[in-house]
Design a protein around this ligand. Structure first.
Ligand code: DAH
Length: 339
Protein backbone atom coordinates (compact mmCIF):
# COMPACT_ATOMS: atom_id res chain seq x y z
CA UNK A 1 0.00 0.00 0.00
CA UNK A 2 2.86 2.36 0.88
CA UNK A 3 4.36 1.74 -2.54
CA UNK A 4 1.05 2.50 -4.23
CA UNK A 5 0.66 5.74 -2.33
CA UNK A 6 4.17 6.82 -3.35
CA UNK A 7 3.50 5.99 -6.99
CA UNK A 8 0.35 8.10 -6.91
CA UNK A 9 2.22 10.96 -5.23
CA UNK A 10 4.77 10.93 -8.05
CA UNK A 11 1.99 10.77 -10.61
CA UNK A 12 0.34 13.82 -9.03
CA UNK A 13 3.58 15.77 -8.88
CA UNK A 14 4.38 15.12 -12.54
CA UNK A 15 0.92 15.94 -13.83
CA UNK A 16 0.77 19.00 -16.09
CA UNK A 17 -1.95 20.32 -18.34
CA UNK A 18 -3.60 23.53 -19.45
CA UNK A 19 -6.86 21.95 -20.52
CA UNK A 20 -9.81 22.26 -18.15
CA UNK A 21 -11.17 18.88 -19.37
CA UNK A 22 -7.96 17.14 -18.34
CA UNK A 23 -8.00 18.84 -14.95
CA UNK A 24 -11.54 17.61 -14.42
CA UNK A 25 -10.60 14.08 -15.52
CA UNK A 26 -7.69 14.19 -13.08
CA UNK A 27 -10.03 15.32 -10.28
CA UNK A 28 -12.44 12.48 -10.97
CA UNK A 29 -9.56 9.99 -11.15
CA UNK A 30 -8.30 10.91 -7.67
CA UNK A 31 -11.12 12.56 -5.76
CA UNK A 32 -14.23 11.27 -7.58
CA UNK A 33 -16.79 9.10 -5.74
CA UNK A 34 -15.16 6.02 -7.30
CA UNK A 35 -11.74 7.56 -7.40
CA UNK A 36 -8.36 6.34 -6.24
CA UNK A 37 -8.58 8.00 -2.84
CA UNK A 38 -11.99 6.54 -2.18
CA UNK A 39 -10.59 3.10 -3.01
CA UNK A 40 -7.50 3.59 -0.87
CA UNK A 41 -9.53 4.74 2.12
CA UNK A 42 -11.68 1.62 1.61
CA UNK A 43 -8.57 -0.52 1.68
CA UNK A 44 -7.28 1.42 4.70
CA UNK A 45 -9.93 -0.25 6.82
CA UNK A 46 -8.08 -3.54 6.35
CA UNK A 47 -4.67 -2.13 7.33
CA UNK A 48 -2.99 -3.62 10.38
CA UNK A 49 -3.53 -1.42 13.46
CA UNK A 50 0.24 -0.93 13.96
CA UNK A 51 0.54 0.68 10.49
CA UNK A 52 -2.65 2.70 10.62
CA UNK A 53 -1.13 5.91 11.90
CA UNK A 54 1.65 6.08 9.32
CA UNK A 55 -0.49 5.02 6.36
CA UNK A 56 -3.35 7.27 7.48
CA UNK A 57 -0.98 10.25 7.42
CA UNK A 58 0.31 9.26 3.97
CA UNK A 59 -3.24 8.98 2.67
CA UNK A 60 -4.15 12.43 3.99
CA UNK A 61 -0.98 13.79 2.40
CA UNK A 62 -1.95 12.17 -0.91
CA UNK A 63 -5.44 13.68 -0.78
CA UNK A 64 -4.06 17.14 0.03
CA UNK A 65 -1.51 16.88 -2.78
CA UNK A 66 -4.23 15.99 -5.28
CA UNK A 67 -6.44 18.86 -4.10
CA UNK A 68 -3.54 21.35 -4.14
CA UNK A 69 -2.51 20.25 -7.62
CA UNK A 70 -6.02 20.72 -8.97
CA UNK A 71 -6.32 24.19 -7.41
CA UNK A 72 -2.93 25.18 -8.75
CA UNK A 73 -3.73 24.02 -12.30
CA UNK A 74 -7.14 25.74 -12.25
CA UNK A 75 -5.56 28.94 -10.96
CA UNK A 76 -2.92 29.13 -13.67
CA UNK A 77 -5.51 28.31 -16.34
CA UNK A 78 -7.69 31.21 -15.20
CA UNK A 79 -4.69 33.53 -15.20
CA UNK A 80 -3.85 32.54 -18.78
CA UNK A 81 -7.40 33.11 -19.91
CA UNK A 82 -7.59 36.55 -18.34
CA UNK A 83 -4.22 37.46 -19.92
CA UNK A 84 -5.65 36.41 -23.24
CA UNK A 85 -8.64 38.67 -22.72
CA UNK A 86 -6.39 41.66 -22.09
CA UNK A 87 -3.57 41.04 -24.54
CA UNK A 88 -4.96 38.57 -27.04
CA UNK A 89 -2.69 35.72 -27.98
CA UNK A 90 0.70 36.60 -26.54
CA UNK A 91 2.52 34.18 -28.81
CA UNK A 92 1.12 35.78 -31.97
CA UNK A 93 3.64 37.62 -34.21
CA UNK A 94 3.58 41.39 -33.68
CA UNK A 95 1.64 43.69 -35.97
CA UNK A 96 3.76 46.22 -37.78
CA UNK A 97 2.91 49.77 -36.75
CA UNK A 98 1.53 51.87 -39.60
CA UNK A 99 3.70 54.97 -39.67
CA UNK A 100 2.33 58.06 -41.31
CA UNK A 101 4.38 60.50 -43.35
CA UNK A 102 4.76 64.19 -42.81
CA UNK A 103 3.12 66.26 -45.53
CA UNK A 104 5.66 67.76 -47.97
CA UNK A 105 4.34 71.25 -47.19
CA UNK A 106 5.10 70.69 -43.50
CA UNK A 107 8.52 69.25 -44.30
CA UNK A 108 9.52 72.28 -46.36
CA UNK A 109 7.95 74.73 -43.91
CA UNK A 110 9.92 73.18 -41.05
CA UNK A 111 13.12 73.30 -43.09
CA UNK A 112 12.63 77.01 -43.81
CA UNK A 113 11.92 77.69 -40.14
CA UNK A 114 15.02 75.75 -39.16
CA UNK A 115 17.30 77.60 -41.60
CA UNK A 116 16.11 81.03 -40.43
CA UNK A 117 16.05 80.14 -36.76
CA UNK A 118 19.78 79.49 -36.99
CA UNK A 119 20.32 83.18 -37.75
CA UNK A 120 18.04 84.47 -35.03
CA UNK A 121 14.59 84.61 -36.65
CA UNK A 122 11.60 83.62 -34.54
CA UNK A 123 8.28 82.32 -35.85
CA UNK A 124 5.09 84.37 -35.75
CA UNK A 125 1.57 83.77 -36.93
CA UNK A 126 -1.51 85.77 -37.75
CA UNK A 127 -5.17 85.13 -38.54
CA UNK A 128 -6.32 83.69 -41.88
CA UNK A 129 -9.44 85.85 -41.74
CA UNK A 130 -8.09 89.38 -41.99
CA UNK A 131 -9.29 92.95 -42.14
CA UNK A 132 -8.55 95.29 -44.98
CA UNK A 133 -6.02 97.27 -42.94
CA UNK A 134 -3.61 94.41 -42.28
CA UNK A 135 -3.90 92.74 -45.67
CA UNK A 136 -3.86 95.87 -47.83
CA UNK A 137 -4.04 99.42 -46.49
CA UNK A 138 -1.22 99.26 -43.94
CA UNK A 139 0.95 97.59 -46.59
CA UNK A 140 0.79 100.73 -48.68
CA UNK A 141 -2.12 99.47 -50.76
CA UNK A 142 -4.86 102.04 -50.16
CA UNK A 143 -8.36 101.60 -51.51
CA UNK A 144 -8.54 101.72 -55.32
CA UNK A 145 -4.80 101.11 -55.55
CA UNK A 146 -4.36 99.20 -58.84
CA UNK A 147 -1.93 96.74 -57.23
CA UNK A 148 -4.83 95.30 -55.23
CA UNK A 149 -5.74 93.51 -58.44
CA UNK A 150 -2.46 91.59 -58.31
CA UNK A 151 -4.12 89.34 -55.75
CA UNK A 152 -7.73 88.34 -56.37
CA UNK A 153 -9.42 88.37 -53.02
CA UNK A 154 -12.11 86.29 -51.34
CA UNK A 155 -14.24 88.75 -49.40
CA UNK A 156 -16.27 87.62 -46.43
CA UNK A 157 -17.92 90.88 -45.39
CA UNK A 158 -18.23 94.37 -46.84
CA UNK A 159 -17.94 97.67 -44.90
CA UNK A 160 -15.72 97.13 -43.10
CA UNK A 161 -14.05 94.65 -45.41
CA UNK A 162 -13.24 91.29 -43.90
CA UNK A 163 -11.43 88.87 -46.17
CA UNK A 164 -9.29 85.75 -46.41
CA UNK A 165 -5.71 86.98 -46.36
CA UNK A 166 -4.13 86.94 -49.80
CA UNK A 167 -0.57 86.83 -48.45
CA UNK A 168 1.29 86.40 -45.17
CA UNK A 169 2.57 89.99 -45.45
CA UNK A 170 -0.41 90.83 -43.22
CA UNK A 171 1.48 89.19 -40.34
CA UNK A 172 4.33 91.70 -40.84
CA UNK A 173 1.98 94.52 -39.96
CA UNK A 174 0.52 92.73 -36.95
CA UNK A 175 3.98 91.84 -35.68
CA UNK A 176 5.28 95.40 -36.03
CA UNK A 177 2.20 96.75 -34.27
CA UNK A 178 2.94 94.52 -31.30
CA UNK A 179 6.74 94.40 -31.10
CA UNK A 180 9.48 96.99 -30.93
CA UNK A 181 12.59 96.67 -33.13
CA UNK A 182 14.91 94.87 -33.46
CA UNK A 183 12.57 92.47 -35.23
CA UNK A 184 13.59 89.23 -36.88
CA UNK A 185 10.62 87.07 -37.63
CA UNK A 186 9.30 84.64 -40.20
CA UNK A 187 5.59 83.96 -40.56
CA UNK A 188 4.49 80.77 -42.25
CA UNK A 189 0.82 80.29 -43.05
CA UNK A 190 -2.03 79.56 -45.40
CA UNK A 191 -3.21 82.15 -47.90
CA UNK A 192 -6.19 82.36 -50.23
CA UNK A 193 -6.73 83.77 -53.70
CA UNK A 194 -9.69 83.71 -56.00
CA UNK A 195 -7.85 81.98 -58.82
CA UNK A 196 -8.65 79.22 -61.25
CA UNK A 197 -7.17 75.95 -60.13
CA UNK A 198 -4.55 74.50 -62.47
CA UNK A 199 -1.31 72.52 -62.31
CA UNK A 200 0.55 75.70 -61.33
CA UNK A 201 -1.99 77.65 -59.25
CA UNK A 202 -4.44 76.93 -56.47
CA UNK A 203 -6.90 79.07 -54.54
CA UNK A 204 -5.37 77.92 -51.23
CA UNK A 205 -1.64 77.74 -50.77
CA UNK A 206 1.11 78.50 -48.25
CA UNK A 207 3.65 81.25 -47.86
CA UNK A 208 6.47 82.19 -45.55
CA UNK A 209 6.99 85.87 -44.87
CA UNK A 210 10.23 87.24 -43.51
CA UNK A 211 10.79 90.56 -41.75
CA UNK A 212 13.94 92.17 -40.36
CA UNK A 213 13.81 95.62 -38.78
CA UNK A 214 16.66 97.35 -36.97
CA UNK A 215 18.85 100.42 -37.24
CA UNK A 216 21.07 100.54 -40.33
CA UNK A 217 19.64 97.55 -42.15
CA UNK A 218 20.68 97.69 -45.80
CA UNK A 219 19.95 95.96 -49.06
CA UNK A 220 23.34 94.25 -48.72
CA UNK A 221 22.09 92.60 -45.50
CA UNK A 222 19.06 91.35 -47.41
CA UNK A 223 21.23 89.92 -50.15
CA UNK A 224 23.51 88.13 -47.67
CA UNK A 225 20.53 86.61 -45.90
CA UNK A 226 19.06 85.41 -49.18
CA UNK A 227 22.38 83.91 -50.22
CA UNK A 228 22.61 82.07 -46.92
CA UNK A 229 19.05 80.80 -47.31
CA UNK A 230 19.40 79.53 -50.88
CA UNK A 231 22.65 77.81 -50.01
CA UNK A 232 21.15 76.04 -46.99
CA UNK A 233 17.84 75.20 -48.63
CA UNK A 234 18.87 74.22 -52.15
CA UNK A 235 22.63 73.90 -51.98
CA UNK A 236 22.88 76.64 -54.64
CA UNK A 237 24.81 79.81 -54.07
CA UNK A 238 24.25 81.80 -57.22
CA UNK A 239 21.34 84.21 -57.03
CA UNK A 240 20.07 87.14 -59.05
CA UNK A 241 17.99 90.05 -57.78
CA UNK A 242 15.70 91.31 -60.54
CA UNK A 243 14.14 94.76 -60.02
CA UNK A 244 10.41 94.42 -59.45
CA UNK A 245 7.48 96.15 -57.82
CA UNK A 246 5.66 95.50 -54.57
CA UNK A 247 3.75 98.32 -52.88
CA UNK A 248 5.14 97.42 -49.43
CA UNK A 249 8.83 97.47 -50.37
CA UNK A 250 11.03 100.08 -52.01
CA UNK A 251 13.19 99.12 -53.77
CA UNK A 252 11.70 95.71 -54.56
CA UNK A 253 13.20 92.70 -56.25
CA UNK A 254 12.42 89.21 -57.32
CA UNK A 255 14.94 86.55 -56.34
CA UNK A 256 16.07 84.00 -58.90
CA UNK A 257 18.43 81.16 -58.11
CA UNK A 258 20.70 79.58 -60.65
CA UNK A 259 19.37 76.05 -60.78
CA UNK A 260 21.59 74.81 -63.57
CA UNK A 261 20.92 73.06 -66.85
CA UNK A 262 22.19 69.59 -66.18
CA UNK A 263 19.12 67.47 -66.78
CA UNK A 264 16.12 67.56 -69.06
CA UNK A 265 13.96 68.50 -66.07
CA UNK A 266 16.26 71.48 -65.37
CA UNK A 267 15.59 72.67 -68.92
CA UNK A 268 11.88 72.22 -68.47
CA UNK A 269 11.45 73.97 -65.11
CA UNK A 270 13.79 76.84 -65.95
CA UNK A 271 12.42 77.17 -69.49
CA UNK A 272 15.90 76.68 -70.82
CA UNK A 273 17.42 79.61 -68.90
CA UNK A 274 18.83 77.80 -65.87
CA UNK A 275 17.23 80.46 -63.63
CA UNK A 276 14.26 80.00 -61.31
CA UNK A 277 12.24 82.63 -59.50
CA UNK A 278 11.74 81.71 -55.85
CA UNK A 279 10.54 84.78 -53.96
CA UNK A 280 9.82 88.49 -53.76
CA UNK A 281 11.67 90.86 -51.46
CA UNK A 282 12.73 94.44 -50.81
CA UNK A 283 13.39 97.16 -48.27
CA UNK A 284 10.28 97.82 -46.17
CA UNK A 285 8.60 100.98 -47.50
CA UNK A 286 8.81 103.85 -44.97
CA UNK A 287 5.02 104.20 -45.24
CA UNK A 288 4.57 100.65 -43.99
CA UNK A 289 6.82 101.33 -40.99
CA UNK A 290 4.85 104.49 -40.23
CA UNK A 291 1.54 102.62 -40.48
CA UNK A 292 2.80 100.21 -37.83
CA UNK A 293 4.09 103.01 -35.56
CA UNK A 294 7.77 102.43 -36.25
CA UNK A 295 9.83 105.56 -36.92
CA UNK A 296 11.35 105.26 -40.45
CA UNK A 297 13.88 107.96 -39.54
CA UNK A 298 15.42 105.58 -36.99
CA UNK A 299 14.70 102.14 -38.37
CA UNK A 300 15.00 100.42 -41.71
CA UNK A 301 14.35 96.84 -42.65
CA UNK A 302 13.88 94.25 -45.30
CA UNK A 303 11.08 91.82 -46.04
CA UNK A 304 10.63 88.82 -48.27
CA UNK A 305 7.88 86.38 -49.13
CA UNK A 306 7.89 82.98 -50.77
CA UNK A 307 5.43 80.25 -51.69
CA UNK A 308 6.00 76.97 -49.87
CA UNK A 309 4.33 74.86 -52.58
CA UNK A 310 6.62 76.31 -55.20
CA UNK A 311 9.71 75.43 -53.18
CA UNK A 312 8.42 71.95 -52.39
CA UNK A 313 7.68 71.40 -56.09
CA UNK A 314 11.24 72.35 -56.94
CA UNK A 315 12.86 70.27 -54.22
CA UNK A 316 10.80 67.13 -54.82
CA UNK A 317 10.12 67.63 -58.53
CA UNK A 318 6.37 67.60 -58.05
CA UNK A 319 4.75 68.41 -61.40
CA UNK A 320 1.27 69.50 -60.28
CA UNK A 321 0.32 71.72 -57.31
CA UNK A 322 -3.02 69.91 -56.93
CA UNK A 323 -1.20 66.81 -55.69
CA UNK A 324 -0.60 68.57 -52.35
CA UNK A 325 -4.29 68.74 -51.55
CA UNK A 326 -5.67 65.47 -52.89
CA UNK A 327 -4.56 63.35 -49.91
CA UNK A 328 -3.64 60.45 -52.16
CA UNK A 329 -1.68 58.10 -49.90
CA UNK A 330 0.42 56.92 -52.84
CA UNK A 331 1.72 60.48 -53.14
CA UNK A 332 2.04 61.14 -49.41
CA UNK A 333 3.75 57.83 -48.62
CA UNK A 334 6.74 58.88 -50.71
CA UNK A 335 7.72 61.35 -47.98
CA UNK A 336 7.92 58.72 -45.23
CA UNK A 337 11.68 58.74 -45.09
CA UNK A 338 11.91 62.53 -44.75
CA UNK A 339 11.72 63.90 -41.24
N1 DAH B 1 3.30 89.32 -50.52
C1 DAH B 1 3.93 89.01 -51.79
C2 DAH B 1 3.06 88.05 -52.55
O1 DAH B 1 2.23 87.44 -51.99
C3 DAH B 1 5.28 88.39 -51.55
C4 DAH B 1 6.26 89.38 -51.02
C5 DAH B 1 7.02 90.12 -51.87
C6 DAH B 1 6.39 89.55 -49.68
C7 DAH B 1 7.91 91.05 -51.42
C8 DAH B 1 7.31 90.48 -49.20
C9 DAH B 1 8.07 91.23 -50.08
O2 DAH B 1 7.48 90.67 -47.89
O3 DAH B 1 8.94 92.10 -49.61
O4 DAH B 1 3.24 87.92 -53.74
Amino acid sequence: MKQKINDHLNDIQDFRTDSSEQIEAFRIKYLGSKGILKQLFEAFKEVEPSLKKEIGQSLNHLRNSATDKINELKGSLEQKQSDKKVYGDLSRPGESVQLGARHPISIVKNQIIEVFSRIGFNVSEGPEIEDDWHNFTALNLPEYHPARDMQDTFFIEKDPDILLRTHTSSVQVRYMENHKPPIRTISPGRVFRNEDISARAHCIFHQVEGLYIDTDVSFADLKQTLLYFTKEMFGKSKIRLRPSYFPFTEPSAEVDIYWGLETEIDYKITKGTGWLEIMGCGMVDPNVLKNANIDPEIYTGYAFGMGIERIAMLLYQIPDIRMFYENDVRFLEQFKSVV
